[in-house]
Design a protein around this ligand. Structure first.
Ligand code: SAM
Length: 243
């Protein structure tokens, strides 16, 4: 049946995402730097700047993986604040936890294995939630946005950093060439994993564009929703508030 097909397709996606991130966890940081020519650091820096995070706050870095944003938030919130790095994937969480501990980041960070679609946190709990390069891997994005809205405090903000749709046609074509042909080859060369990086390119193409994601955030309840394009729309940062 139609529903039967959807169920199979959904569980296949969950399985695929789990396999991809178990497989890339160890080489994830290296590949991020190589694939984005280091520019992911600037995209993340801008995300931190837009977060408005202050000392003493409660932050959720969802789909936090190897913890780049968590490390920065840990410094910003200080000893009186707290950051939760949550991720569905045990291998990514382990790489993230080991990395942050080696950096001496302890005391105000905890690690939780959780699915973004059904967050195991109380209502109205976080001052800020980030999900960086995570939402496109989530099967039911609307459920995930509703779950994030629930656990955010009134006045709190959500930041979604994600690949998006390039705004100029020539850039779009160049980007397709890069992601579908060069990226999988780089994955093969560096991480001996062509298949995972082919998935990455496909998941980027399937992800909702800027306007659609903004609408999805509004439907989940967020207000004052806006987005900022970076690198010509290759990446966009969406921000919304709970009032
Ligand atoms: N946020 C990190 C960063 O920007 O470097 C990691 C991003 S990584 C591309 C995507 C992460 O999303 C992976 O660690 C993956 O395990 C996680 N993820 C995928 N589906 C998820 C879900 N349903 N709930 C929570 N995390 C999920």
């Amino acid at each position: 049946t139609h529903f039967g097909f959807q169920t199979v397709a959904k569980s296949e996606k969950v399985q695929k995402v789990a396999e991809v991130f178990h497989s890339v966890a160890a080489k994830y940081d290296l590949m991020n730097d190589v694939m984005s020519f280091g520019v992911h650091r600037l995209w993340k820096k801008f995300t931190i700047e837009c977060s408005g995070v202050q000392k003493g706050q409660n932050i959720l870095d969802l789909a936090g993986g190897t913890g780049d944003l968590t490390a920065k938030f840990s410094r910003l919130v200080g000893e009186t604040g707290h950051v939760i790095l949550a991720d569905i994937n045990a291998s990514m969480l382990k790489v993230g936890r080991d990395k942050l501990r080696n950096m001496g980041i302890v005391g105000n960070v905890s690690y939780v294995q959780a699915n973004a679609e059904a967050l195991p946190f109380p209502d109205n709990h976080f001052d800020c939630i980030t999900i960086a390069f995570g939402l496109r891997n989530v099967t039911d994005k609307d459920a995930a946005l509703r779950s994030m809205y629930r656990v955010l405090k009134p006045g709190g903000r959500l930041l979604v950093l994600e690949f998006s749709k390039p705004v100029f046609d020539p850039l779009s074509k160049l980007y397709d060439l890069y992601s579908f042909h060069i990226l999988p080859k780089m994955g093969k060369l560096i991480a001996q994993d062509e298949e995972s990086y082919r998935y990455l390119a496909e998941s980027i193409r399937m992800h909702p564009n800027q306007a659609t994601l903004k609408e999805m955030m509004v439907s989940a309840g967020f207000t004052e929703t806006e987005f900022f394009n970076m690198t010509g729309g290759v990446v966009a940062l969406h921000r919304g508030f709970k009032f």
